[in-house]
Design a protein around this ligand. Structure first.
Ligand code: NAD
Ligand code: ZN
Length: 351
């Protein structure tokens, strides 16, 4: 099979033997592999900072068709179209048993999600644990792939940030960074009936997308703090979801959030947020959510299935994946870039 290999310094296309499943595993022919900004962070790590062995095939957002299963697998069948739940856990701690492998308390060493430590989906085939596969229920695989992280992480972050807030239409929520995750977050917040969904980005095109998706106001990053204060009569936002988490955006988040509000640090930027009495408004809660639970993946797939959410997908062939990462790095991907390893070319202009 063809696979895009990361060797610690660069990406290259290689031919490898087709994989076969070990016990409990399935082989999926990949129909969609989403490109996440986290991959850029992984690729920028110094060579000795990877907790896993190199080289590796990246791609942790995946959907495709099951083409082979191990003899002990009964949860999926050959021919099923599936999406991959990424987080891996011990399966026995309380968090894992509840489906929240993203917060496994044991974190068994050497156990990595596909694309983030074991070989991932930027290849024609990927081997996965069969019980991590969710039925897409007829959703387009390009959508389903992106929903496994861009969708799931946004859903999870929102659920935590708004837990206990009963009346959505009086709330103001800020979304900083209208990229793959942020543009899904805007849609989920609009769907929840949040009174003011304020979208912030450095790019006018991303703000146009946010407005198209129903954001009540779109704000260029430079003016966003003042605008959020103005739109909330000086009070600030009930929740600020920071999908960038640079030094700049975290400072802005602290200045935008209301007393007794929430700052959700979803981005894996290099910023640091000083949290102490009087460095953030009184009662501020800071959350650092990671990915999402298996039940939340099922929720987000169900929302998409009923038309409540649509990832703005730009498709690329496997040969174009490196170029797509460069576009992502420049902030030039609208919505989510999703690679189709089943296609050698993509019709139409790559957006
Ligand atoms: P993306 O590149 O698609 O989107 C980032 C967006 O932020 C772009 O629209 C860009 O224009 C905008 N942006 C950049 N600088 C900005 C600034 N100063 N102010 C406002 N907007 C700015 O990225 P993505 O794939 O959506 O990922 C977003 C972040 O979430 C990344 O840091 C990624 O690593 C992280 N992430 C975290 C988790 C988690 O579990 N916590 C999961 C997936 C991704
Ligand atoms: Zn566990």
């Amino acid at each position: 099979m063809r696979a895009l290999l990361f060797d610690g310094a660069s990406l290259s296309m290689v031919d490898r033997p087709d994989p076969h499943p070990g016990p409990g595993q399935a082989v999926v022919a990949v129909l969609g592999a989403g490109l996440c900004h986290s991959d850029l962070t992984v690729m920028r790590r110094p060579g000795d900072a990877h907790p896993f062995a190199l080289p590796i095939v990246l791609g942790h957002e995946l959907a495709g068709t099951v083409v082979e299963i191990a003899h002990d697998v009964s949860s999926v069948r050959v021919g099923d179209v599936v999406a991959g739940y990424g987080p891996r856990g011990c399966r026995i701690c309380r968090r894992c048993v509840s489906g929240a492998m993203n917060y496994c308390r044991q974190r068994p060493p050497g156990l990595f999600p596909p694309g983030l430590g074991s070989d991932g989906a930027l290849a024609e085939y990927v081997v996965v644990d069969a019980d991590s596969l969710a039925d897409t229920g007829g959703i387009d695989p390009l959508q389903a792939a992106a929903l496994t992280d861009a969708g799931l992480t946004a859903q999870h972050a929102i659920g935590r940030a708004l837990a206990g807030r009963a009346v959505p239409n009086v709330l103001t929520v800020v979304v900083i960074g209208i990229g793959g995750l942020g543009h899904v977050a805007v849609q989920l917040l609009v769907r929840l009936g949040i009174g003011q969904v304020l979208a912030v980005d450095v790019s006018a095109e991303k703000l146009t997308l946010a407005a198209d998706l129903g954001a009540t106001h779109v704000l260029l990053a430079g003016q966003a703090v003042e605008a959020v204060r103005e739109l909330t009569s000086g009070l600030g936002a009930d929740a600020v979801l920071d999908f960038v988490a640079s030094e700049t955006t975290l400072v802005q988040a602290a200045r935008m959030v209301a007393i007794d509000g929430v700052i959700s640090v979803v981005g894996v930027g290099s910023g640091r947020l000083p949290v102490a009495m009087h460095s953030v408004p009184l009662g501020t809660r800071v959350d650092v959510p990671f990915w999402g639970s298996r039940p939340e993946l099922d929720q987000v797939l169900a929302i998409a299935r009923t038309g409540g959410l649509r990832v703005d997908v730009t498709a690329f062939a496997l040969d174009q994946a490196s170029a797509a990462y460069e576009l992502l790095d420049r902030g030039a991907v609208r919505g989510r870039a999703v690679v189709r390893p089943d296609r050698s070319t993509i019709d139409g202009p790559p957006a």
